[in-house]
Design a protein around this ligand. Structure first.
Ligand code: HEC
Length: 169
């Protein structure tokens, strides 16, 4: 093979490589607008494993019932990663987060000043009766009186909002 032909081949090969590297990046950029999760959604098996790893009583929860109970929250809350704030803040990552701390949401003064971090027990008290739990909150929701429905909706939220159980010791 003569020299110019080799150079052409080398250039072609380099161009090919460049495209090979660029396209997955382009695909990633295209695949992550605000409305879609940045990570692949957990499979049903991932969710079952996470449910089993939750601390009691949440490991005994019925996720389908939790999903049904969450229908009462959906008009005001999104739960996917990067989901928009609506009447209420997006709830992705809420466990382990300071109350009233989701970026870009205009909380009530009561919620902004609440000095605690959300965990299962706090959610349980909050969902039983938001107004008595936090006087001055602007979440207009009467509450979920049934403790089993609260357990199930909390487990559903843990499984759906990126919660990771603490490592077993
Ligand atoms: C009518 C709309 C509405 C409904 C229904 C509703 N919420 Fe809310 N939620 C809000 C608003 C508004 C806030 C902010 C409260 C504040 O700033 O005082 C909020 C705050 C929260 C917070 C605190 C978030 C944070 O970032 O600290 C949690 C957790 C929550 N809601 C869970 C739920 C769950 C679970 C349900 C269903 C069982 C529900 N909400 C139903 C409007 C709603």
């Amino acid at each position: 093979m003569n020299r110019p032909a080799l150079i052409v081949l080398a250039v072609l090969a380099l161009t090919g490589c460049g495209q090979g590297e660029a396209s997955p990046q382009n695909a990633a950029t295209r695949a992550s607008p605000a409305s879609t999760p940045a990570r692949p959604a957990p499979t049903a098996a991932d969710k079952a494993a996470l449910l089993a790893a939750l601390p009691a009583p949440y490991n005994a929860a019925d996720l389908d019932n939790g999903r049904r109970a969450f229908a009462r929250c959906r008009s005001c809350h999104t739960i996917t990663e990067g989901g928009s704030n609506m009447t209420g803040p997006n709830l992705y990552g809420v466990f382990g987060r300071q109350a009233g701390a989701h970026p870009g949401f205009n909380y009530s003064t009561a919620m902004k000043e609440a000095a605690f971090v959300w965990d299962g027990a706090r959610l349980d008290d909050w969902l039983e009766n938001p107004r008595t739990f936090l006087k001055g909150t602007k979440m207009s929701f009467a509450g979920i009186p049934d403790p089993t429905d609260r357990r199930d909706v909390i487990a559903f939220l843990k499984v759906e909002t990126g919660y990771t159980p603490p490592p077993q010791s």
